[in-house]
Design a binder for this molecule. Sequence first.
Ligand SMILES: [Zn+2]
Length: 144
Amino acid sequence: MLVTVSRYTFPYEAQIAWSKLDAAGIPATIGDEHTINMDWLYSNALGGVRIQVPGQFEQAARELLATDLEPELIEQQGYDAISCPTCGSTETEHYQFGKRLAFLVFLGIDFPLYPVREGIRCRQCGAKHPQEPEDQSNFTDSAD
Ligand SMILES: [Zn+2]
């Protein structure tokens, strides 16, 4: 019997979650993905894309998925680690990378500025540092 352990608005989120489970040896399946790819408007109506696992893996899956997916999202999207201007920590994350941007990308809209860093949030000290798009030249050369 399959148990739904998590729901995601977008298929790519579910796929990242699935990858985490798969890497941990948990035989997860993604439900409703095809339907949502056909028409994302049904995503909310269906409750999003479901991650399902066999009942005996439910606890392990929930614990694994309780961790923040954002680092994986950032890694997948190719973000660089940006040092916190406040404390110097590299434990930062892009704090406006969220549903709105994902929505645009998911719709396949040509979005030449993507990935746009609208700001970073420091995991160490909690400081938020908004970054205007024109300031990104400070960071684009660090990718190689
Ligand atoms: Zn900091």
